[in-house]
Design a protein around this ligand. Structure first.
Ligand code: KQY
Length: 363
């Protein structure tokens, strides 16, 4: 049973913990739609299996899967991964799942944000999205967790919190008129505070170059712990990512968090530009209303799109010269975790990465 509350999380003493806090487990959704995932999603299913298996070394994983794909997913996934049937439009649990909250006294509940497929009819990535919009409620129902319905459109990948009152986001995404055209910046900030328990919102301007989510923060910057953030970076002044990361670095360096701390910024150098190949482009079904995957298009590849789990961190690798540096840097700043990398090109081809396909449920 899942109760839907008419109050707000803040009023009831709930807040969103940092991803680095202990988890009860991780939720994911199985990929299948052939107009986003090439070759009937077979390579993506293998990649998602590798991500789920990597996380399952550290904590329980649940894979939500459509009825059509249940037997296939059950057969491909290791036995220690729980498979449950949940209808969906695609496989981005970060964005369609609940933002889980805790009260510090053992209580867990979740926020069910409104979802419009990254922009609705104004630049959104597919139509319809009604099944995705219902995923958060179903997850909370399965977990017997209470539900708060937030009165605004928001994808989980557009926010990061430190669990101590600070929330990071980007203006490009959360202030985009294709999300909440009737809300002002002040009203959006007020909702963020009411539904996550944040006390201070730190705005970056843009997300990663060419990110089809309109610049989700989880691809450019995240908390490693309170006071310490990782930022995607490039030393190449001619790269379109350079001014974006430079602006983010300047803002982060000038901000203090909700506890009054200056932020320490760890730069994670991005991989060299990763372009869609002809073969990859041709493997995606062309369907009106879905974003085309064109040969030569640059994908929004970033090592910041990693996932923290109990005692571990699962980071993307791209067969790029910067892979090892990203792993070594994160291992240095996360000494109490085992950092493992998983090949992520097939996830990237669908428009996101490891963080985008996962959702933590706090303990
Ligand atoms: O990166 C994400 N959080 C989601 C990307 C969605 C892409 C849909 N094609």
């Amino acid at each position: 049973m899942s109760t839907t509350y008419q109050t707000t999380p803040r009023a009831d003493g709930f807040y969103m913990p940092g991803e680095f806090a202990p988890h009860a487990g991780t939720w994911m959704i199985w990929p299948e739609r052939p107009d986003n995932w090439r070759l009937g999603a077979k390579p993506a299913q293998k990649a998602f299996t590798a991500v789920a298996s990597a996380i399952a070394q550290f904590e329980p994983v649940t894979m939500a899967v459509s009825a059509r794909q249940y037997q296939n997913a059950r057969g491909m996934l290791p036995e220690n991964i729980r498979v449950v049937e949940i209808s969906n439009n695609d496989s981005w649990m970060r964005d369609v799942g609940p933002s889980f909250l805790i009260d510090g006294k053992g209580g867990v509940c979740g926020v069910d944000w409104m979802f419009n497929a990254w922009g609705g009819l104004d630049g959104g990535l597919y139509f319809p999205w009604d099944l995705d919009d219902a995923v958060a409620q179903k997850v909370l129902e399965i977990e017997n967790a209470g539900r708060y319905c937030a009165p605004m459109v928001l994808e989980g990948g557009s926010i990061h919190v430190d669990g101590e009152g600070t929330l990071l986001s980007t203006e490009e995404c959360l202030l985009n008129p294709n999300r909440n055209p009737d809300l002002s910046r002040e009203e959006i900030e007020a909702n963020l505070k009411e539904y996550t328990g944040a006390k201070k919102i730190l705005w970056l301007k843009n997300g990663v170059y060419n990110d089809e989510t309109n610049g989700h923060v989880d691809n450019i910057c995240c908390f490693l712990r309170p006071g310490l953030v990782a930022l995607t970076w490039t030393d190449d002044h001619n790269d379109p990512q350079y001014p974006i990361s430079q602006d983010a670095y300047e803002r982060l360096s000038s901000y203090t968090d909700a506890a009054g701390r200056k932020l320490e910024v760890v730069k994670l150098h991005q991989p060299d530009p990763i372009l869609i190949t002809a073969e990859e482009s041709q493997g995606v079904d062309a369907v009106d209303g879905t974003l085309p995957r064109e040969e030569g298009d640059r994908m929004a590849a970033s090592y910041v799109n990693f996932y923290l789990c109990n005692g571990g961190a699962v980071i993307p690798s791209f067969e790029d010269a910067h892979d090892q540096m990203a792993l070594d840097t994160l291992q240095k700043y996360l000494p109490d975790r085992r950092v493992v990398s998983v090949p992520a090109r097939e996830v990237l081809l669908g428009g996101g990465n490891i963080h985008c396909i996962t959702q933590q449920q706090p303990r």
